[in-house]
Write a protein that binds this ligand. Structure first.
Ligand code: ADP
Length: 492
């Protein structure tokens, strides 16, 4: 029996509960010392399906919706809390709602005292069903991710933000020649990259952090015993639930075989085009001789056929030259033999080669070379190829009676060459692809079906090789201007 003071206190508590907890989402229960419910708030109906009336007056031992094991757990927890009121622990209890749904609540019990005597226990039961579901889903997906990682044929490596390896799969171990994960985890990812690529790797780590990912970067990787091999890496940043970066995940690939087959392909093109050159030159030469023969040995029809053969030969010569240049560039076998070259003279030579087309199309060429000497220290063949491509384009991609302008200006230690035309122009949506291999813009494909789409790729590569720059401005049906900056003292 409680004394009067405690009884009053208990009543007051009940009233306070009524006033305070009506709209609270958690179940709030006031138990007396024996575990009988004195007050329970409306949340009980929402969480368990049982009404306040069904619950009031019951002891927690009568909770039919909680099985005996969980009831025992609850009783133990209450006992523990009563014994040690300072202990802040909570308990998870499972049950079944009135309509058969699984309930999981997190229970916290707080003994209430009058003086030194415990007179009641206030219990808060929070519905954690959703939280549990999410936790389980996360656990599941973590496990699935781990399985995917281990069984993936791709080499996957996870590092923390400082680049220390925290996880990797069998494919990574195989690729670098390690026998167990323990050998690799904890090591710096940089230990797997050749030192010459460390600067690049650091810059790429920063880039990945900034843009969230990085794709197909080439590195020289190392095996456990220090052997080098070429590899390709794509990586992304792993974020936590608040969007904060916590790790890097990289997928890497040994590209040794891929590189070898590419090299073999390029070598084949190089050899084939080299071998084609001599017979083509002979065919070219003899057709030129026959065409120039004015003795009347060929009738009109024969002359026309021969002209077609000659044109086709010239096209083939151009194509084999382009292919040879590309394979030399890509195989790194291009020989650069610098000497003092007058760019004005090279351009004039190219113009005389194009004289026939210029005359046929009645093109007006405007030259403005300024007065300073136009000497650069460069390979004359390379300079010739650059302007041969740019000027033949300017002459090719214009209507009859158009203008082509060439200006050369000295700018400190470089020359800025401008080649402009008022011709077909380049459509806006295709401008970004103009320097890529085999690209030909849509607007010219019908008007000028002959072309390889290789010229500008070579021009750009040559200019970059020489430490220069090329860019352009163009408007469809108005014209195009190419800008070429060449350092007067070309490196190499
Ligand atoms: P090709 O001329 O053999 O097609 P290029 O690599 O020299 O190959 O040029 C690529 C493409 O760039 C051309 O097909 C054309 O669409 C465009 N282009 C180049 N120069 C000009 C120009 N002066 N005017 C308009 N379009 C041009």
């Amino acid at each position: 029996m409680l004394d009067r003071k405690s009884n009053n206190k208990l009543k007051q508590l009940q009233e306070e509960c009524e006033a305070l907890f009506k709209h609270v989402k958690d179940i709030i229960v006031l138990f007396d010392k024996k575990g009988k419910i004195l007050y329970i708030n409306p949340a009980v109906k929402k969480i368990t399906g049982f009404s306040i009336e069904e619950m009031k007056g019951k002891s927690f031992k009568d909770f039919t919706f909680v099985n005996s094991k969980n009831r025992r757990k609850l009783a133990d927890y209450f006992a523990k809390r009563l014994k040690n009121p300072e202990d802040q622990s909570v308990s998870e209890v499972e049950g079944v709602s009135k309509n058969g749904r699984k309930i999981i609540v997190e229970v916290s019990a707080n003994p209430l005292k009058s003086g030194r005597k415990v007179i009641a226990v206030l219990v808060i039961a929070r519905d954690i069903n959703k939280r549990k579901q999410i936790e389980n889903m996360l656990k599941d997906s973590k496990e699935r991710l781990r399985n995917m990682l281990t069984s993936s044929p791709e080499a996957i490596t996870v590092t923390d933000l400082n680049g220390f390896i925290t996880e990797c799969n069998q494919a990574t171990l195989n690729m670098h020649g390690f026998s167990s994960k323990e050998e690799l985890i904890g090591k710096k990812a940089f230990d797997l990259i050749a030192s010459k690529d460390h600067k690049k790797a650091l810059a790429n780590m920063k880039k990945t952090l900034k843009q969230g990912f990085i794709k197909d970067v080439e590195y020289t990787f190392l095996t456990k015993d220090g052997r080098e091999f070429p590899a390709e890496l794509s990586a992304s940043v792993v974020l936590d639930t608040t969007g904060k970066p916590i790790a890097f995940m990289a997928i890497t690939r040994n590209i040794f075989k891929h590189k070898q087959s590419l090299k073999a392909g390029k070598e084949f093109i190089s050899i084939a085009s080299h071998q084609l050159r001599t017979p083509l030159a002979i065919m070219n030469w003899y057709s030129e001789m026959l065409l120039g023969d004015n003795t009347g040995r060929l009738n009109n029809k024969q002359g026309k056929y021969l002209e077609e053969i000659y044109k086709a030969c010239q096209q083939l010569v151009r194509l084999t030259d382009l292919l040879l240049n590309i394979s030399r560039l890509e195989l790194g076998t291009l020989k650069i033999e610098p000497e003092l070259v007058d760019i004005g003279k090279v351009i004039d030579n190219v113009l005389s080669e194009l004289l026939l087309q210029i005359r046929n199309k009645k093109i007006k060429v405007n030259k403005d070379y300024g007065k300073t000497p136009l000497i650069v220290n460069a390979d004359p063949n390379i300079i010739h190829i650059i302007f041969q491509n740019l000027l033949s384009n300017a002459v090719k991609y214009v209507h009859e009676e158009s203008n082509v302008g060439i200006s050369i200006k000295r700018q400190n230690s470089s020359f800025l060459v401008k080649i402009s035309d008022n011709g077909y122009g380049i459509p806006k949506n295709q401008r970004s692809r103009i320097f890529t291999k085999f690209f030909r813009a849509e607007n010219i494909r019908e008007k000028e079906p002959d072309g390889t789409g290789l010229g500008l790729y070579i021009v750009k590569s040559f200019i970059q090789e020489s430490g220069g720059k090329i860019w352009f401005k163009s408007e469809e049906n108005k014209g195009t201007t190419f800008y070429i900056k060449i350092p007067s003292n070309i490196k190499k």
